[in-house]
Design a protein around this ligand. Sequence first.
Ligand code: GSN
Length: 223
Amino acid sequence: MAAKPKLYYFKGRGRMESIRWLLAAAGVEFEEEFLETREQYEKLQKDGRLLFGQVPLVEIDGMLLTQTRAILSYLAAKYNLYGKDLKERARIDMYTDGTQDLMMMIAGTPFKAPKEKEESYALIVSRAKTRYFPVFEKILKDHGEAFLVGNQLSWADIQLLEAILMVEELNAPVLSDFPLLQAFKSRISSLPNVKKFLQPGSQRKPPTDAKQIEEAKKAFKIQ
Ligand code: GSN
């Protein structure tokens, strides 16, 4: 049996969380090595394991994959979550780039100064309500299907659920004006692999806390 994929990252969500989500939704077990010190990160670099000197790093199928998007699209293709043709892939790419933009705004905010943090969270909730969620509500309304693309589960659905849950942590009633997204959220959350990932004790990471910020700053020499 092939070895489990191994993920190298700090012990927080950051750019790795969508990779954890995709593997979990595909029902793939994975191992994690958490970078808690600068030395661990420098060792990966010194051993030539980081293509551009950056993590996320995922060891899978005899490869050392870096660049979040490359990793996610490899996993989506490998686990049949990337549509049935090029046009479906293009839509999945657009939708996942959109939700990734939204989630990156959230991931970057804990690193900001307190006053900027508040403004940033308000902007994120507003962007979710006015730019991103209306698009997905309309997509579901227009085709009347259970999933975003091709009437079957894809990376786009998994990443949209991840984004919805992240924005709900900032503003619990954020979906109140989006009935189809509310139904979508329950539907995708009830899929057995997703349900398992949402339960306590899974490899899903909690919102970034002060300790993780310190570790990430030390490991990556962020001022
Ligand atoms: O998407 C990607 O994987 C890359 N385009 C960016 C990866 C990246 O910025 N990684 C950071 C840590 S995760 N935080 O966002 C990183 O490795 N920074 C150290 C450095 O020297 O750039």
